[in-house]
Structure formats: structure tokens, C-alpha cells
Design a protein around this ligand. Structure first.
Ligand code: XMP
Length: 303
């Protein structure tokens, strides 16, 4: 059995194992409702149509939203999403007979990070729950074909396996998903608002050639770019109506290792167009701000 998240590592690991054992593999994809706009359908399409891997898609968004109701504290959100993920995955696994092996897309930096002495719990700034992490009390033998590889090597394998470039070069996405980008309470309505704003931002960046593609050598490119929805309402004016709506913060950074990051100096004209589109196209948002803090002292994510 394999847990597919839509990210590079789990897709490459799952594809490799599928090539080896074919339809003895059961690939499970938990749709948390906290993915980016259109992402769940994209993952399903790539796996089934482009890679020919049968995929069991579990639509668990109602469970995730109920579990998150009323919760605003970031670490609490992480804990809930992690626990809910395991419970949804276990339910699906129980339907698959008794699989003996679990495929994980662990890569070398994950191994180093979890065993390095300087990454003790006490010093951790955020608990990085990797959705797709091992259900603790499940009796699986682990299959980790990427355990000794770095990201660029994983991508090379992905290319050789015919995984589409738009997936291989996608920016990283945190395990807890949009729960930690929707500041304040995580409701379906607010997540949709966030997804729409994020889609406009990232699509404009992609069209400008700045995101989600294989970099040319020596090129500076964005390591991550996304929208966050703030639990702050401010006064605006739309036509001759007063509005009192929420705020979108745009975050775009350059970074080599994600331990430090610089805010990206995006062209003002591009930022202006994006802000205009967001306030005009996304219901419930009347203000857009651009985050010009580097890491440290800020972190890349807002929560
Ligand atoms: P920060 O916000 O700590 O993020 O500067 C550094 C990198 O880690 C990602 N991130 C996470 N990834 N689970 C994950 O799998 C998490 O809980 C989590 N929190 C942050 C973040 O997107 C960035 O790439």
C-alpha cells in the first residue's frame, strides 16, 4: 500500500514500486479538502491517465473540516490534520485486506533531519507533520526506495519514469496544507477564498515563467510562492458600496535550503495586476498585501 500526496517524492516512489509489482500495489490518495485549487483532480488524472496507476481516492474533506472546527492555534491544526490523515488512511487500508508493506517517499534530507541531534523537539520552531507519515501503531514493513537520494536525484528518476514536468517541478507544499495558510478558523468557505486567491497568484507567476518549471542553469527562481488568508477585516469601497472584508497576504521567496529565505523582489506591475485580479475575482477579499520579511526573523509559512 502506498500513500500518495501529489508531491514529487510520493509520486516517484509509488511509480517505481508500481513498475516493480504492478497491480499488487494499492495507491491511496486522501483528499483532505486542504489542497490547492484543482489539485486533487490533477493528482488523480496524472496517476490514472498519465502513469496508468490505479488510485483509490478517499474524499475526506468533511472529516477534516469537522475536526478543525473552531481551531485557530497553528500547532493544534498540525496535530489535528496529522491525526485525521492517519485515521482516513487506516480506514482505507483496512479495506485493502492486510497489506504487508507500506511505500514511503522518504528522501535523504528527511532521514538526516529526523535523526540530527540539533533538531531536537525543544529546538523545533514548528512540528513538521508530514502528512503521509507512518501510522504509528500499524504493523507495516517499510519500503523506502528514495531513502538515500537527494531531491534532484529523485527528479531525475521521475523524468526517466515519464512523470510529467509540471508535477516534478512543482513547488513544495506543507503536509498540513491550507490549514496553516488559512489563519484563524479553517472553514470550507474561507479555504475556497484562499484557494481562489492562491490560484490567481501562482498562475500569474507561472505565466511569467517564475514558478513550477525546470530552472535554467544559474537562474534565480522562486522556491515557494503562495497566498495566505488573514483573519483581519478592513474597510474598502467597491463601486459605491462600503465593503468590510478579509485580507490576502502574498508570500514569495527565494531559498536554497528553506532554512533561510529572502523575500522575492517581484516586478511591481505584476504584483499590481495580481492584487487587482484578487479583489475583483475573489468574493470576500478587499485588500491584498505583499510580505517583505525574510527568514529569519519570519518563517516562510505564516503559521
Ligand atoms: P517555515 O515556515 O518553517 O517552512 O519557514 C520551511 C519549509 O517547510 C514547509 N513546512 C512544512 N512542511 N509540514 C510539512 O510537510 C509542515 O507542518 C510544514 N510547515 C512548514 C514550508 O512550506 C517550507 O517549505
Amino acid at each position: 500500500i502506498s500513500a500518495v500526496s501529489g508531491g514529487v517524492d510520493s509520486t516517484v516512489a509509488t511509480t517505481l514500486v508500481h513498475r516493480a509489482i504492478g497491480d499488487q500495489l494499492r495507491a491511496v490518495f486522501v483528499d483532505t479538502g486542504l489542497l490547492r485549487l484543482g489539485e486533487a483532480d490533477m493528482v488523480e488524472h496524472v496517476m490514472k491517465q498519465q502513469l496508468g496507476i490505479p488510485l483509490a481516492r478517499v474524499n475526506a474533506s468533511d472529516d477534516f473540516f469537522s475536526a478543525l472546527r473552531g481551531v485557530t492555534e497553528p500547532e493544534e491544526k498540525r496535530r489535528i490534520v496529522g491525526a485525521q490523515f492517519i485515521s482516513s488512511f487506516e480506514k482505507e487500508a483496512a479495506r485493502s485486506g492486510k497489506p504487508e508493506f507500506l511505500v514511503q517517499g522518504t528522501i535523504y534530507p528527511d532521514v538526516v533531519e529526523s535523526s540530527a541531534p540539533d533538531r531536537s523537539q525543544a529546538q523545533r520552531i514548528k512540528s513538521h507533520h508530514n502528512v503521509g507519515g507512518l501510522p504509528k501503531d500499524m504493523q507495516f514493513k517499510l519500503v523506502e526506495p528514495l531513502r538515500y537520494l537527494f531531491k534532484d536525484e529523485v527528479r531525475r528518476i521521475g523524468e526517466a519514469l515519464g512523470i510529467p514536468a509540471n508535477l516534478l517541478w512543482r513547488q513544495p507544499f506543507p503536509g498540513p496544507g491550507l490549514a496553516v495558510r488559512c489563519l484563524g478558523e479553517v472553514t470550507p468557505e474561507r479555504v475556497l477564498r484562499l484557494q481562489q486567491a492562491d490560484f490567481i497568484f501562482t498562475t500569474e507567476l507561472e505565466n511569467a515563467g517564475l514558478l513550477n518549471r525546470k530552472p535554467q542553469s544559474g537562474e534565480v527562481r522562486l522556491a515557494q510562492a503562495f497566498a495566505a488568508l488573514l483573519p483581519v477585516r478592513s474597510v474598502g469601497v467597491m463601486g459605491d458600496q462600503r465593503t468590510y472584508d478579509e485580507t490576502i497576504a502574498l508570500r514569495a521567496v527565494t531559498s536554497d535550503d528553506f532554512m533561510t529565505a529572502d523575500w522575492a523582489q517581484l516586478p511591481h506591475e505584476l504584483l499590481g495586476r495580481i492584487a487587482n485580479r484578487i479583489v475583483n475575482e475573489v468574493h470576500g477579499v478587499n485588500r491584498v498585501v505583499y510580505d517583505i520579511t525574510s527568514k529569519p526573523p519570519a518563517t516562510i509559512e505564516w503559521e
